[in-house]
Design a protein around this ligand. Structure first.
Ligand SMILES: C[S@@+](CC[C@H](N)C(=O)[O-])C[C@H]1O[C@@H](n2cnc3c(N)ncnc32)[C@H](O)[C@@H]1O
Length: 253
C-alpha cells in the first residue's frame, strides 16, 4: 500500500469523510447546473485541453531518465555471462587499441562490466570507473577490492560531468549516452577531460536491436554525430561488428 493511502485511513474517520463527500457532491452539482445554464461547457473543456497538448509536445524528454540504485539487481543483468555473445567486450577493447601507460574513463560504468575488462587488458591502462549513482560507485569499490584490481579508480560523477582527477586518453560510454540530459552542453564541457589527441567512444543501442531502451531513446549514428558536432567533436571512425549497438569514435575538433 502507498504510504499516503495508509495515512488517510488513519487520520480520516469514515463518518466525517461521508459527511464532507455529500457536501462536496451538492457543490459540484450546483457548479454543473451553472455551467450548463451559461453554455460554457465546451469552451471550458477546450481551454482545459489545449495547454495540456501543447505542454506534452514541449516537454518531450531528450534522454531516458532512470535510476540504477539497486546495484545487486543490475549486477545480475549487466554481468550476466550471456551478454558477452552480443556485447563482444574483447573485440571492443581490441578496437580501442589502448597503449601501455594510457588512461581511460568508463563513464556510466555501472557494475564494472567494461571497467574490469579494460583494467585486465594487455595495455593495463589506468581506468576511471565513473558513475552518477552512489550505490554503483560503492559496488565498484567493493568489486575492485575483491578482484584486487589496482589500476581502477571508482569516481562519483555529477550531472554536470565525470569529476575526473585528470584528463584521459580515451573516454568510453556504453549504453549511457541515452541517459544523459542536455548532451550538447555535457559533451562540450567533457572536452576538458580528454587529453589533446584523445578520443570519445560511444556505444549505444541500434534502433532495430531486439532489446534495449524504448525506441525514442535509440539514436541513429547521424543523430549522435550531429549532437557531438554541435559540442565540438568530429567522427574519427566507426565499427560495425556489434549486432545490437553502434560503436562510434570521435575526436575533439
Ligand atoms: C545502462 S547502465 C550501463 C552500465 C555499463 N556501462 C554497462 O555497459 O554495463 C547506465 C549507467 O550509467 C549511469 N549514468 C547515467 N547517467 C550518468 C551520468 N550523467 N554520469 C555518469 N553515469 C551516469 C547509470 O547510473 C548506470 O549505472
Amino acid at each position: 500500500m502507498h504510504p499516503s493511502a495508509r495515512d488517510n485511513s488513519r487520520h480520516c474517520p469514515a463518518g466525517a469523510g461521508q459527511g464532507t463527500l455529500q457536501g462536496m457532491r451538492a457543490d459540484v452539482l450546483r457548479v454543473f447546473a451553472l455551467v450548463a445554464f451559461l453554455g460554457l461547457g465546451s469552451t471550458a473543456t477546450a481551454q482545459h485541453q489545449a495547454p495540456a497538448r501543447a505542454g506534452a509536445a514541449q516537454h518531450k524528454p531528450d534522454h531516458m531518465a532512470h535510476t540504477f540504485s539497486d546495484a545487486d539487481k543490475y549486477a545480475r543483468e549487466f554481468d550476466d555471462p550471456s551478454r558477452d555473445a552480443w556485447q563482444m567486450p574483447s573485440r571492443v577493447i581490441e578496437a580501442l587499441d589502448l597503449k601501455a601507460g594510457q588512461s581511460v574513463a568508463d563513464i556510466g560504468a555501472g557494475t564494472g562490466y567494461f571497467s574490469t575488462r579494460l583494467a585486465r587488458a594487455a595495455a593495463a591502462p589506468m581506468v576511471f570507473a565513473v558513475d552518477i549513482e552512489p550505490n554503483m560507485v560503492a559496488h565498484l569499490k567493493m568489486r575492485v577490492a575483491k578482484e584486487g584490481l589496482k589500476n581502477i579508480t571508482p569516481v562519483q560523477a555529477t550531472a554536470d560531468g565525470p569529476n575526473l582527477p585528470e584528463p584521459v586518453d580515451t573516454i568510453l560510454l556504453v549504453d549511457t549516452f541515452h541517459h544523459i540530459p542536455n548532451r550538447v552542453e555535457y559533451f562540450r564541457t567533457l572536452k576538458a577531460s580528454i587529453k589533446p589527441g584523445g578520443r570519445l567512444a560511444i556505444i549505444d543501442f541500434r534502433r532495430d536491436a531486439p532489446a534495449g531502451p524504448p525506441v525514442e531513446f535509440r539514436f541513429t549514428a547521424d543523430q549522435i554525430s550531429a549532437e557531438l558536432a554541435e559540442a565540438g567533436y568530429a567522427l574519427a571512425s566507426s565499427h560495425d561488428f556489434l549486432p545490437r549497438q553502434l560503436f562510434l569514435v570521435y575526436r575533439a575538433k
